[in-house]
Design a protein around this ligand. Structure first.
Ligand code: FES
Length: 377
């Protein structure tokens, strides 16, 4: 590992996590557990400067996320700035806080794409998981408003053991709303989702049933020549080889957290690595020269079994955050891999999922109180 990497390409994908504030309380949120103690946020001018620097380095895709990015009152200004710089922009939102007027303002500012997330196919479960009584109705209204403004309707559902039986109902709902793209993303276990893993992880049987339902629905859409596209992201906990997380550390993705901390992925903040802040270093220095971004570039850092593995150029040793969460050492092979000496952690999680009995009330919901009571550092 060197302290600068002249061979690294530019960050093509920039994720601006504008804020950790959010009106919802989803127990699978990927934000840091101690987010409530991280209230500082970059100013409008600082964000615009980050966007300028990123674009100058070659970044082309820009995601606005959070928390809930809509709580930032300067969002139209940031969108307009990004548009002027030539980014392709995507707003990742719960739809809470959105209005028809805001959708219109974002369209006028040049926003390219809006993704609205749902928690379930019915108001009871949706609102229970979101921790908000009005969430479902609002999401329905805003999904329609997004479509009416001329955007493709892109809906996202995080799938876990409490809604995985709803696949057919979810897809029927999406179809009735006129969705163009549906992403069924099985929960990834980072942040709050890792803390709640036992209560969220589906069993293999649940997963297989869900996959069969989705495949059947897709066949049906095809037969009817229906244009709705369905993506089903299955969990790596049921794989024998790890995912190529972030397409390799520091290879394409650059996340900037609300306080300006620059990260190679949305979860890296949990690692015992010091990451730079855009307030004290240029984005170019951060990307090419900071020890944090160079830490897991290339393969010289890899121990066995990754070092001699003939798949290391394909999966880059898997996910560093997952290795850390499951083994306490981010250098280890991702335990998802069947060759990892720590694969037993994944097998134990699968076994626990077979016998899990936790209900929605047993989950730790993502809110300021829980962040301070359970997870204050
Ligand atoms: Fe951080 Fe995979 S989520 S490296």
């Amino acid at each position: 590992m060197s302290c600068s990497d002249a061979t690294a390409g530019p960050p093509l994908w920039l994720l601006a996590e504008l804020t950790y504030r959010c009106p919802l309380q989803c127990p699978y949120c990927s934000n840091p557990l101690d987010y409530a103690d991280r209230e500082q946020e970059l100013s409008t001018e600082q964000w615009l400067d980050v966007l300028r620097q990123g674009r100058a380095m070659g970044a082309a895709q820009l995601g606005f996320s959070g928390g809930e990015p809509l709580v930032r009152q300067d969002l139209p200004e940031l969108i307009a700035g990004a548009r002027e710089l030539g980014y392709y922009t995507n707003l990742i939102t719960s739809g809470l806080g959105l209005t028809e007027a805001k959708v219109q303002a974002f369209a006028e500012a040049g926003l390219d794409h809006i993704q609205v997330s749902f928690q379930a196919s019915d108001p009871e479960l949706n609102n229970a998981v979101a921790g908000s009584k009005k969430a479902f109705e609002q999401k329905l209204a805003m999904a329609r408003a997004v479509k009416e403004a001329g955007y493709p309707m892109v809906l996202n559902f995080v799938i876990h053991r409490h809604n995985i039986h709803q696949m057919s109902d979810i897809l029927t709902l999406c179809e009735s709303l006129g969705a163009d793209y549906v992403e069924l993303a099985t929960c990834q276990y980072y942040g709050w989702a890792f803390a709640n893993r036992e209560g969220l992880m589906p069993s293999r049987g649940q997963l297989e049933t869900a996959e069969a339902t989705v495949n059947q629905y897709r066949d049906d859409l095809r037969e009817r020549a229906h244009p709705m596209k369905v993506i089903f992201v299955t969990p790596d906990y049921y794989e024998e080889r790890p995912k190529a997380c972030m397409n390799g550390w520091g290879s394409l993705f650059l996340t900037v957290a609300p306080d300006g901390t620059a990260l190679p992925c949305h979860s890296a903040r949990l690692l015992p690595i010091e990451f730079p802040n855009v307030q004290s270093m240029s984005l170019e220095e951060i990307w090419y020269q900071s020890p944090g971004f160079n830490h897991y570039r290339g393969d010289s850092w890899m121990p066995e079994p990754c070092r001699s593995c003939d798949e290391k150029d394909k999966d880059f040793g898997g996910c560093r955050c997952q290795a850390y969460l499951l083994t306490g050492d981010a250098d280890n092979a991702d335990p998802v891999c069947g060759k990892s000496p720590h694969h037993d952690r994944i097998l134990a999680a699968r076994t626990a999922a077979e016998h899990a009995t936790a209900g929605l009330d047993d989950l730790v919901y993502r809110n300021t109180k829980n962040s301070r009571v359970f997870f204050r550092k």
